[in-house]
Design a protein around this ligand. Sequence first.
Ligand code: AMP
Ligand code: MG
Length: 279
Amino acid sequence: MTSTIAEALRFRPGATVAGLDTSATPGFDGAKADAAPVQAARSERLAELQEMLYASSKGADDHRSVLLVLQGMDAAGKGGIVKHVVGAVNPMGVRYTAFGKPTPEELEHDFLWRIRRALPPPGHIGVFDRSHYEDVLIVRVRNLVPPEVWGARYDEINAFERELVDSGTTLVKVAMFISLEEQKEQLLERLDDPTKYWKYNPGDVDERLLWPQYQEAYQAVLDRTSTDYAPWHVVPADRRWYSRLAITELLIDALEGLDLSYPAADFDVATERRRLLDS
Ligand code: AMP
Ligand code: MG
């Protein structure tokens, strides 16, 4: 069942964002109630693997890390993934960064400058809540830089990610998609509940009005930056229970691919036991 989800979500050349059923649950045959016990068990598995990744970096010279890249329109559920999926693992081994509108300092540098500074240290799971892809999404849709500048970024991103992979970082790139109707529901919920006002941004409505342009920009991202070394995964996200399970599976899949094990003791266990008992 598990790698079925990961397999089903991998972006396939030719697949279109416009043709996506955002309420589908690829690779999972059940309903919400069926997912709950699976989610609990798989969150535990994820936590175990994350501990192993962290432990490996304390051993010999294992510099590997994992980087979860979360992209999606407002209310697609990125925050929920951070809270529920990433929240199931030990925060000690997580490096979380949210990328908003660049600061004046960030704007003085190349678009990858702030990204490089946020990369996960060895043994960590890095979490990008938005990412360098904003520089070919909102930046493209809003014409924040000339077309030749954002146009060159796809290749720059591919080269950057190649570099990351070569240095031991496994990328898990996830594009979360909700329908326009579901986004409206989600944003309305924020307005209906004073404890959710903090999540609401009037600018979200302006981006929402540019949905077709965003779809086009997302399509270009998938078409041009899904590589064999850093593929995209397309996650239908109308059903939050599904997107959570799906991204849990994607992380498990990546971590299992690392063939992790706990590092051996670099001391003599029997001697240490004796010393300790005698102390
Ligand atoms: P949120 O994730 O809801 O806090 O919103 C962050 C906002 O910052 C979104 O509207 C993003 O599109 C925007 N943003 C992120 N990165 C960039 C960027 N490089 N240039 C311009 N806007 C960005
Ligand atoms: Mg927002």
